[in-house]
Design a binder for this molecule. Structure first.
Ligand code: RP5
Length: 189
């Protein structure tokens, strides 16, 4: 049976990027931007993943269509504020990732939300079909994309961060071990 997106409401700590593992509040290096608070239950998976990799992050609700001035301001100030990666989640005619990418040289990871009558296909196409010169890294639609956005952000950061690379290596090993255990179980081992 397909897994449903986590519906739990993010804690204030999670929203500010300050989970248990982060003892001293560090400046955010990943910005997680959502078009609406209705995207939060799905994007909680992304926040959880960032916490697991001990990545300080910030969370904002900013809409390319409803608050375009705020979106522009967020993107043009992102580098100076110390961000290294932006994750943009939006549904329907999702312009957020593309708009932010148009206004910053930081890598932008887009997460299409599975909302509306087209179930996220529209949001995915808006990220996949960016014109040449303004790339957005499009993740899978919905929950898988939210998780992968957190992992992909860690992978970008790991290029210049050995500790992050180590965390990613351990993550991959643990993931492989889980599959191996399932393989043994199905073979009756
Ligand atoms: C997008 O429209 C948001 O990212 C959300 O996925 C969708 C619906 O927004 P709400 O009407 O729930 O605020 O901009």
């Amino acid at each position: 049976m397909a897994k449903r997106a986590t519906r739990k409401t993010p804690t204030r700590k999670a929203l500010s990027g300050g989970g248990k593992k982060t003892k001293r509040r560090r400046a955010p290096i990943v910005g997680v931007v959502m078009g609406s608070d209705s995207d939060l239950p799905t994007m909680q998976r992304c926040l959880d993943q960032l916490e697991a990799f001990e990545i300080p992050f910030e969370v904002r609700i900013i809409s390319a269509h409803r608050t375009p001035d705020v979106a522009h301001e967020y993107a043009v100030t992102a580098v100076d504020r110390g961000l290294k990666v932006i994750i943009a989640a939006a549904g329907m005619s999702a312009a957020l990732g593309g708009m932010l990418a148009a206004c910053t040289s930081l890598p932008v990871i887009g997460v299409p939300m599975a909302v509306g009558p087209l179930g996220g296909i529209d949001a995915a196409l808006s990220k996949m079909q960016m014109p040449p010169g303004v790339p957005v890294a499009c993740m899978a639609i919905g929950a898988a994309g939210a998780t992968n956005a957190g992992i992909f952000a860690a992978q970008i950061l790991a290029v210049a961060d050995e500790k992050m690379a180590g965390r990613l290596g351990r993550f991959k090993k643990a993931q492989a071990a889980k599959v191996a255990a399932k393989d043994r179980a199905v073979r009756g081992g």
